[in-house]
Ligand binder design. Structure first.
Ligand code: GLU
Length: 302
């Protein structure tokens, strides 16, 4: 498949639309990102990579990190994980408090903030050093030996993290955090503040296109890779998950930094970055680019 020429075509089409999105500003550090950035990278299961635009520039991966955290928790907890978090789409915003109250402190899924806080708590309980563990996983999977957290982004989010602090305290009140809310929040804010590029993320997500295999060894089981892909399809792109599945037809995970990673099991992983978001919090141009990618390649899971 001529991925390189397809990416170049998409790049030319998308660039004029970049100013239409709105960069996230509720995390002050993210408000400074240039809305004209656009990068895209595709990695196929044999390791070949095609990329375009700002694909080598690192950005704040934000909620894309929730896939890595879930991967660690699956390794550590297996199916027990589902006693403390659900696996249904939430139908509410990613940082909603209301639903958590109704549902007695069991978050709907691991990709809304409340669910990610519970997952982070599990990793903390097992490993103590959840920040180090996640950074090491991101380095190993991406091949980016110097992948690291952006401390300014983590601090910026912590400074304004009232809603996430409310969620963590709420979870604790329902006995669904084992560690102190402050420790869970610190790890969570750092996870969101990982900086990675499109090429690094496309490489890093290849295990989900390869039935859980990374560099010839099993990172997770084929069933666990299926579970994570299914969760991305049903819960990975906020409240617009139906629209994303309709248009793109691939499991994907987005973040408010403007990145989206999508996976075609057996074939490739693809990452796009365009910081301007749509009303649902997904990258506006990024969603469109992935939609064009599935049209032009004729590839989707359906
Ligand atoms: N760190 C962000 C928050 O908790 C992540 C949001 C996202 O990318 O969905 O608000």
């Amino acid at each position: 498949m001529p991925y390189q020429s397809i990416l170049e075509k998409i790049h030319a089409e998308i660039v004029p639309t970049l100013p239409q999105g709105r960069v996230a500003d509720y995390i002050p550090q993210l408000a400074h990102v240039d809305p004209h950035k656009f990068g895209m990278a595709v990695c196929d299961t044999s390791g070949g990579i095609a990329c375009v635009g700002d694909a080598a520039e690192r950005f704040s991966i934000q909620s894309i990190s929730k896939v890595f955290t879930l991967t660690l928790a699956m390794q550590l907890e297996g199916e027990r994980l589902w006693q403390r978090v659900g696996r249904e789409p939430s139908g509410t915003s990613f940082n909603s408090l209301v639903q958590l109250e109704y549902e007695q402190g069991i978050p709907r899924n691991p990709f809304i903030n409340a669910g990610a806080l519970v997952i982070t708590d599990m990793v903390l309980s097992h490993l103590g050093e959840a920040k180090l563990a996640l950074r090491e996983l991101a380095r190993k999977l991406s091949g980016g030996v110097d992948v690291c957290y952006n401390p300014a982004v983590a601090a910026s989010e912590a400074g304004r993290g009232y809603r996430n602090a409310a969620l963590a305290n709420f979870l604790k009140s329902f006995d669904n955090l084992r560690n102190e809310p402050a420790d869970v929040l610190d790890a969570y804010f750092h996870h969101c503040a990982l900086s990675m590029s499109c090429t690094e993320l496309a490489r890093a997500f290849l295990y989900l296109a390869s039935h859980g295999q990374h560099a010839g060894t099993a990172l997770i089981t084929p069933s666990q890779a299926k579970y994570i892909n299914s969760l991305m399809l049903t819960c990975g792109t906020y409240d617009a998950v139906g629209d994303f599945a309709y248009r793109v037809g691939l499991p994907g995970k987005s973040g408010v930094g403007g990145g989206i990673v999508a996976v075609m099991p057996g074939l490739f992983s693809v990452c796009v970055w365009a910081p301007g978001l749509n009303a649902s919090g997904n990258s506006l141009a990024g969603t469109r680019a992935l939609e064009r990618f599935s049209e032009l390649t004729g590839q989707s899971i359906f």
